[in-house]
Write a protein that binds this ligand. Structure first.
Ligand SMILES: [Zn+2]
Length: 237
């Protein structure tokens, strides 16, 4: 059987398979989804599958000599649940904080193993973002995304352009993902130094962990991140 991957998926293939049709041995017991994943490409990254020009499900068992075409997911990607929500693996903590800054519902914890992550993604209907292909290949994972970039800025852009989630900047706690509610200077008097309080009149408090937010020293940098993010999502839609 011959398998032809879309160019966007070539980086996931073994180097010897990049840039050309991949020959795969015929195994009557193997589904097409299994063949594709065994070549290194998780089905979370795959769009339409065609065998000899006909669209087929990943459970299809190709005949010997078939030619298979594997497309990348559409961008922006449609999700199997109504509200784009994410779950990030333990290596993506900085990206998690950025997504929360933008108001995107993002679960993250720095000590979850693969079993727990896959189960949580299924239970809470979240898109699992990771750089672990084995994790993305698990049956339980309802939707996922392989994060290709190394730097947080590039990772954020990659995720926003792929999923184009609705943004609601400054509405979520970057530490715990809880919702923020407006708070007065008097409300936060016990948590914020008097000198800090004097300079600001706009505060917010996390309803879940109680952390207090105000436009502090990093505000210009964060506003730039928000502006960039909004322009990426607008362009991706
Ligand atoms: Zn919080």
């Amino acid at each position: 059987m011959t398998v032809r991957f879309a160019p966007e998926l070539h980086f996931l293939l073994a180097p010897r398979n990049r840039g050309a049709d991949v020959r795969a041995a015929h195994d009557p017991a193997a589904s097409l989804g299994h063949v594709v994943q065994s070549l290194g490409v998780p089905l979370t990254e795959v769009g339409a599958l065609r065998v000899d020009g006909r669209t087929v499900p990943d459970s299809h068992r190709p005949a010997p000599g078939a030619t298979v075409e594997v497309a990348a997911v559409d961008r922006p990607q449609r999700l199997p649940f109504p509200h784009p929500r994410f779950l990030l693996d333990v290596h993506l903590g900085t990206l998690a904080r950025r997504l929360r800054l933008l108001g995107v519902d993002t679960a993250y914890d720095n000590d979850r193993d693969d079993d727990v992550l896959a189960r949580q993604a299924a239970d809470e209907q979240r898109v699992l973002l990771t750089r672990d292909r084995g994790l993305l290949c698990r049956r339980l994972v309802p939707a996922g995304g392989y994060v290709r970039a190394d730097r947080t800025d590039a990772q954020l852009r990659e995720v926003l352009e792929r999923f184009a989630p609705p943004l609601a900047p400054w509405t979520r706690c970057t530490a715990c993902n809880g919702p923020l509610a407006p708070a007065s200077a008097a409300d936060v008097a016990a948590d914020v130094e008097p000198g800090t309080r004097a300079g600001y009149d706009s505060f917010a408090r996390c309803a879940d962990c109680g952390r207090v937010y105000w436009p502090g020293a990093h505000h210009d940098r964060l506003e730039r991140i928000v502006r960039d993010a909004e322009s990426w999502v607008a362009a991706a839609r």
